[in-house]
Design a protein around this ligand. Sequence first.
Ligand code: MOS
Length: 725
Amino acid sequence: MTEQLKMDKVQPHLLDETGQGAITKPMERPEGPLKVSGTATYAAEYNLPNMAEGFMVRAGISKGTYTIDESSVKGMPGFLGVYTDKMPRNSAQGTAGTNPIQPGDKISYLGQPIAVVVAETLEQARDIAKALKVDYTTDDDVKAVFEDATFEEQDGTVDQGDLDQAMSDAAFSVDATFTTASHNSAAMEPHAAVAEWEGDKVTVRGSLQMLNYNKQELADSLGIDVKNVRLLAPYIGGGFGSKLGIDVSCIAAAVAAKQLGRPVRVVLHRNHVFEMIVERTETKQRVRLAADKDGTLTGIGHDDWQSNLPEEGLAEPVSIATHFLYGGENRKIAQNLGVLNRPASGSVRAPGEAVGMLALENAMDELAEAVGIDPIELRIKNIPEKHPENGKPFSSRALEDALRQGADAFGWSERKEPKQRREGEWYIGMGVASSARTNILMESRALVTLNPDGTALVQTDMTDIGTGTYAILGQIAAEMLGIPTEKVTVQLGDTDLPEGPGSGGSWGASSAGSAVFLGAKGIRKKLADRLGCSVDDLRLQDGVATGGNNRRPLAELMDGPMVEEGHLKPGDTAEDFHQAGYGAHFAEVAVNSVTGEVRVRRMLAAMAAGRILNEKTAQSQVWGGQIWGIGTALHEAIEHDHRTGHVVNNDLAEYHIPVNLDVGDLEVLFVEERDDHANPMQTKGIGELGLAGAGAAITNAIYNACGVRIRDYPATPDRIFPHLD
Ligand code: MOS
């Protein structure tokens, strides 16, 4: 049976009534021991009998065509084959559901996958890939520098009122241009696949975030029926957007395994990940703010410029939060996309907010200073009553609470004017930024089974990319069924299981969780029937059902397993209300007055994301966001060769993500909130919220410390020390 809900109206707060106490509890991740003991098997760790090893070959030119000379390597030790069939140009974009572009012999960027070499061992395959002769025809019209791209305005421009007029009438205004660097997702586990065919059916073990879309993308790439594709991804070592779409390792392994008649493994090495997998676009952003004499916004403008490969189309929604975060009648928000010969641009954690809010929240800091009011007061003053562009009400919006509670906990009242706090050769300063991330609900299914012995099983093709899916889905089932969390087994990452929403866009917990909630709700109805009470009277706790003056252990109510599918669909509440999570980021930094080096001493995030399902995994997500904020503010930048577009710093030695010593004290507090319009659990996404705005709090703190405004990210010492006096 299926318990279905289309989220058309507000649902009762059932999770505030149940009494098991499993929800919100900071439960440990149940798969943790498997991971730390090396027994959680990742895609590259499956050793199938008779398996051959593949190694990707990269294009050595930026633009042109190529042919492979197979005779150059035939006869080398271990040689089994070189395959170019169905080779994708780059990984699929998130939720594409169709194959990534198969360019044939055409090369659009340096590092593009052009072939896979297969041999008996990895070392042999790598050696053959190096020796393989590739003949190129070169097209010299390479555009590798951002400034050389021809930009086209994208659909969706908002032009409301008259921003130019508002700017010239403003008592105070800011008109500032910012730049942000290209970013890599830098998941610890590189992309990898093991493919095996049985007749017409292929099974691929991959490292993927969204199996429901990925199976369609792989089927489309191979030209086979989706029924003949099975994907397995029970454990994934981080995604951050880089594993949203099917990647070249899965397609190449499947093609080679078919042609060879043997299982094939393809593991990308770190350089491959940096080139063949989507990166975040570099951006240029112009932010305009117009305010009256007390700091109330009268106008807001946000234009961005970014790039992608030809025909790739995806533009990062850089200004997504600008549309709704602050009021101001006169608005102009536009995006411009240019074409460059560089690795494909795609989703990297908090696509949009991660870089867009750096610009917006720094501009707000500049405006606060111009008006002469506290930056927190400026933000609170400009919180709109309803969506400033489409007039929709907000579902729940605790931005003011987050700013005020965060300020108290952080000790914001100790903040001084710029350059007024010094310890030896270090300037000390504090900064703040708002956080916001659009909340999304996706169609989801999950199967819930309750057994008479008081154990339960949850099954969905949903993934856990390190976020805590195993933990929270188990907690939701335990809470709804009134059994301890240790009694619930959660099975994920297999396309034979009901279709979940995938991990991405911070919608996983709310969407997959609601499907589990509904499946368990269906079981509650059956149990109420058996007990002879209304479902509203039913209490389930520690394996005992109570209701209508009856009290019975589950085992006595059941004659076999009870199985229910939960099926959640988004509905009217997603259309009628604007939904987003909100928060406030605070940072205290020290800036060295001689070298311009920045150290983040401490950060605090106050997050309002509806009901929190697990305080530990949610906190970990926010920590990750704060740390990523340090990376975007201070270190992370993909450097492209100006002549060829080549990713020069294509490994984790040269692409600087924060290490432990870069990270000061991190504190997270959750603002008590329920979002009635989000889903039946009243939750909102939190993963990417933790990053949105985090870097801006750091650069605003840099200004407060030493008086240097950062408009070009990252804020490396060379961008600070020339301006120190
Ligand atoms: Mo996230 S970039 O949607 O995995």
